[in-house]
Design a protein around this ligand. Structure first.
Ligand SMILES: [Zn+2]
Length: 386
């Protein structure tokens, strides 16, 4: 078994995934044909995938967001929305995901006359069908856009669907120049209704944005938080010597950080993966989670994201389990449901793979100290190295 096979086979959780950032290229092409959308750069699935990836990999968030014009353009009918939601869960199943929180901005799907309620209902229908067919749990997060004025309406839309599969509200889009506190009314309506908030912050803009998201807007989780490194003082060896007040608060309050490694390289939030603060944040025991963000644009999966963490930050199978449990603890599901996932699916899934590994001592792992085996209930520090 390779590290990739091991990671793929263990139950994983995604908290930060954009529905319109994860379409299959074949589906985009078929939907474009059905909806007579003629602006796709190519109708070859492979070339289209490459186009999205190259376009996204320019190191700039604004450039990165351009690909969404095409995906949103082909998601304008109930059928298209239902199909993409359904296929997303199938792709998640094939990647070994047991629970996903996917998100999207309903406002981009009303061009052909659908009401926002229709848009959300169609997506939920696809998700519900996908859940029964593929056995992957889901929660839907509705995104308001930072550069638009209608975020209160989207927040209210999320509240209207809270018992039907919507689990939270997010603020997304270009970060610079659009601080989250401009949308206080939306956030306060969510807070007053005892509902859930996550906010994209600290991706293209600094720690100020993270601070506003938490202390002005009441975010329960932070999307990215990459620039939290601005609040950490490091010595020459890269060890943390002091945390700023914000970082200390986030650590103390166990505020979950939705880290998206490859996406951060593609949007230029970090210049290269080795410089991503994930390794430091994990070591310092922040509640980090690992996520896909935009599977199509970043050409990624959860398996790839974890492999990236394994190869660059030296994390082990135990760490992968810890991060997965962090994710489930931080999900916007009710507490009892989270426990069910942890004790009925995640822990037994890791247990099963450890058994399998210990029955095959010659584990083929490249370049890493990945596997520690667990025998009869006690961890052994045995590391298989190649
Ligand atoms: Zn995102």
């Amino acid at each position: 078994m390779t590290a990739e096979e091991i990671i793929k086979s263990i139950p994983k959780v995604v908290l930060h995934d954009h529905l319109d950032g994860g379409l299959r290229t074949q589906t985009i092409i078929e939907l474009a044909r059905d909806e007579r959308y003629e602006k796709l750069p190519t109708t070859d699935p492979g070339e289209l995938a490459a186009w999205f990836h190259v376009g996204a990999n320019k190191g700039d968030l604004v450039e990165f967001l351009k690909g969404f014009e095409h995906t949103a353009a082909v998601m304008q009918s109930k059928e298209a929305l239902e199909r993409t939601a359904f296929e997303m869960l199938e792709d998640m199943k094939n990647d070994g995901i047991c629970y996903v929180e996917t998100r999207f901005a309903p406002v981009f799907h009303t061009k052909n006359g659908l009401y926002p309620e229709d848009v959300v209902s169609a997506v939920l229908e696809g998700l519900e069908k996908g859940k029964s067919k593929f056995g992957v749990g889901y929660g839907l997060i509705l995104c308001g856009m930072r550069n638009m004025k209608n975020t209160l309406e989207i927040a209210e839309l999320a509240l209207n669907f809270r018992d039907q599969g919507v689990v939270g509200f997010d603020l997304a889009g270009e970060e610079g120049g659009y601080p989250p506190r401009k949308h206080l009314e939306a956030f306060q309506s969510i807070q007053r209704a005892n509902f859930n908030i996550t906010i994209h912050a600290g991706e293209a803009f600094g720690k100020e944005s993270i601070w506003q998201a938490i202390q002005w807007c009441g975010a329960h989780r932070i999307g990215h938080a990459t620039r939290l490194w601005e609040d950490l003082s490091l010595d020459k060896e890269g060890n943390v010597v002091k945390l700023g007040d914000l970082a200390q608060y986030i650590l103390d309050k166990r505020i979950p950080l939705e880290i998206c490694l490859l996406s951060n390289v593609h949007t230029g939030a970090v210049d290269k993966i080795e410089n991503h603060p994930f390794g430091i944040l994990f070591k310092e025991k922040f509640r980090v989670t690992i996520n896909t963000d935009d599977r199509l644009m970043s050409d990624t999966t959860m398996t790839k994201e974890f492999l990236t963490a394994v190869n660059n930050f030296d994390i082990t199978l135990d760490d992968v389990e810890k991060i997965t449990i962090n994710s489930m603890k931080s999900a916007f599901l009710h507490y009892n449901e989270r426990l069910q996932y942890i004790y009925k699916i995640i822990k037994p899934g890791f247990q099963k793979i450890r058994k399998k590994i210990s029955s095959q001592p010659q584990v083929k792992i490249k370049n890493l100290n990945f596997i520690r085996k667990k025998d009869s209930g006690t961890y052994e520090e045995t590391v298989y190295k190649l």
